[in-house]
Design a protein around this ligand. Structure first.
Ligand code: ADP
Ligand code: MG
Length: 490
């Protein structure tokens, strides 16, 4: 269990923050939830709108099997109960971006019930610091259109491209106790969605947005009244909104005030939240079952197909890597993003040894990607090229430091490791005669150090190793150098 140490100190004592997240995740699907219109991001306004999405009279919604399938697979990935019988409800409200006058959602009988997501705040010891965050439900619903107020001085326009796009609403239990836990939950949820392939997790493009519910209480007290900050679209902003909101609530309560249940908005520039509407002005959505849609009934074959199509998920993959001898830290880093994990799996498939491969990927390759601002999907070095380099290290052709040099050249030229070794003569040498000759020269040039070493200052051994390696341009096999130096120094 992660010991939560996040506390806010007030004049009257220590406060604890309680957080629950409602995440809207856009379902990866070519077509919308109830129509065949396309869902591609960035299309010209109103070019992906069917008569259903525009709510033309007489149009009937037809559920998109793929969207249901993706939500079911997501539920299975978080070990949730899948409800074989669920139903769509209408959530009625009036707004210019909602042509139907209602959103088709699921209130009473969601597709997915109780599940959980495991998070960890200690990347060196993910296993030992696991905390399970409850997920109350996942339901499927339609997105609304988008109003554009910045196109004309006195008019607003509406873009219905998003209208009817399928969303999963993933509702957590109020189980998080710090901004860091909320950040870890969102990152883990995003990773799971991307492994499953049910949402691209692209928060900048709005594919994932969170409603952030926050309350505070004295440790051990009942749950306090919460506020809900709407539509926060990055992990960093979610954490900032919680931080701000928790402190604000504490200061209100410490001043003898009370928290009103309300909806708030996060201001990205100032990092603050402000009130949008209170619970008293909340809509009565007049939910009722959508008469245009039959209840959803899932059969065993469908569920079986969903289950069978699930990939290895982040935690399972991390454990498998650890089982190969890879450190918990590296296994965690390698599995955090699905692209990296796929890349590493492909590297293992070439026969690369897991531990050196993991070390090389997490230090050398990730270092190079960071420097160039590239993702692994655009890696300048292919899996096969990496495998070739690692094989040259494994068979003793390259030492660690030569491998670094060769990798630099690979990055510059795009050439293969073997070719670079050949052309630049970067091969490591184990030629004892040549190394012995260099050692003799090093000892001759450093009589003082030699005398000190023989007089008992054994720490100087490293000095001689360094001098020898330097004299050999870094190309001597370090193990052979060590052996021969030990002999020469007596
Ligand atoms: P509603 O139906 O009004 O949206 P829910 O009970 O479904 O309310 O809760 C919505 C979200 O608020 C959930 O993510 C839940 O975990 C969270 N939540 C509920 N109570 C609290 C609380 N006291 N403090 C923080 N979050 C809360
Ligand atoms: Mg809610």
């Amino acid at each position: 269990m992660t010991e939560s140490t996040y506390r806010i100190q007030g004049a009257t004592g220590e406060w604890e923050v309680v957080i629950g997240l409602e995440v809207h995740a856009q379902v990866t699907s070519q077509a919308k939830l109830f129509s065949g219109a396309a869902t591609a991001f960035g299309a010209e306004p109103n070019t992906q709108v069917s008569l259903i999405d525009a709510a033309m009279p007489g149009m009937l919604p037809v559920p998109n099997r793929e969207c249901i399938r993706q939500a079911v697979r997501t539920g299975m990935a978080i070990d949730a109960q899948i409800n074989r019988w669920s139903r769509f409800d209408r959530k009625n409200y009036f707004y210019a971006d909602l042509p139907q006058g209602y959103q088709i959602s699921q209130l009473y009988h969601p597709l997915v019930g109780e599940g959980a997501i495991e998070i960890s705040l200690d990347e060196k010891d993910p296993e030992g610091s696991v905390k399970s965050i409850g997920v109350e439900r996942i339901h499927v619903e339609q997105d609304a259109g988008k109003l554009m107020h910045d196109q004309h001085p006195t008019r607003s326009y509406v873009d219905l491209n998003r209208s009817g796009v399928a969303l999963m609403e993933i509702v957590s239990r109020p189980d998080m106790r710090s901004p860091a836990e909320a950040g870890a939950y969102l990152r883990k949820l995003r990773a799971i969605l991307r492994y499953v392939g049910s949402c691209d997790g692209n928060m900048e493009e709005g594919s994932m947005r969170a409603d952030v519910n926050v309350s505070v209480r004295k440790v051990g007290d009942e749950l306090g009244t919460r506020t809900e900050t709407k539509n926060v679209n990055s992990v960093r902003f979610v954490m900032a909104a919680i931080e701000y909101e928790a402190k604000r609530q504490v200061s209100v309560l410490e001043d003898g005030g009370r928290i009103v249940q309300e909806t708030r908005l996060f201001n990205v520039e100032s990092g603050t939240t402000r009130s949008m509407r209170s619970k008293e002005d909340a809509h009565d959505y007049r939910y009722f079952p959508d008469p245009d849609l039959l209840p959803l009934e899932l059969d065993e074959a469908f569920l079986e197909e969903c289950r069978a199509s699930l990939p290895e998920l982040p935690d399972a993959k991390r454990k498998r890597y650890e089982g190969l001898g890879i450190s918990a830290y590296a296994a965690n880093v390698l599995t955090a993003e699905v692209e990296a994990a796929r890349w590493f799996d492909a590297l293992l498939e070439t026969g690369a040894k897991p531990v050196p491969a993991a070390n090389w990927v997490t230090s050398e390759l990730f270092g190079a990607l960071n420097r160039t601002g590239k993702g692994i999907e655009n890696s300048p070095v292919s899996v096969d090229q990496a495998a070739e380099l690692l094989a040259l290290v494994a068979d003793g052709t390259l030492s660690g430091s030569l491998a670094k040099q060769v990798f630099e050249v690979m990055l510059e030229t795009g050439d293969g490791a073997a070719r670079i070794v050949e052309e630049r003569g970067l091969k490591q040498t184990s030629d004892t005669g040549a190394i012995e000759a260099v050692i003799a020269g090093v000892l001759e040039k450093n009589p003082n150090q030699l005398a000190q070493y023989r007089g008992g200052k054994e720490a100087l051994f490293g000095f001689f190793v360094g001098q020898t390696m330097k004299a050999m341009g870094g190309k001597a096999n370090p193990a052979v150098v060590n052996d021969l130096l030990k002999k020469a120094l007596g």
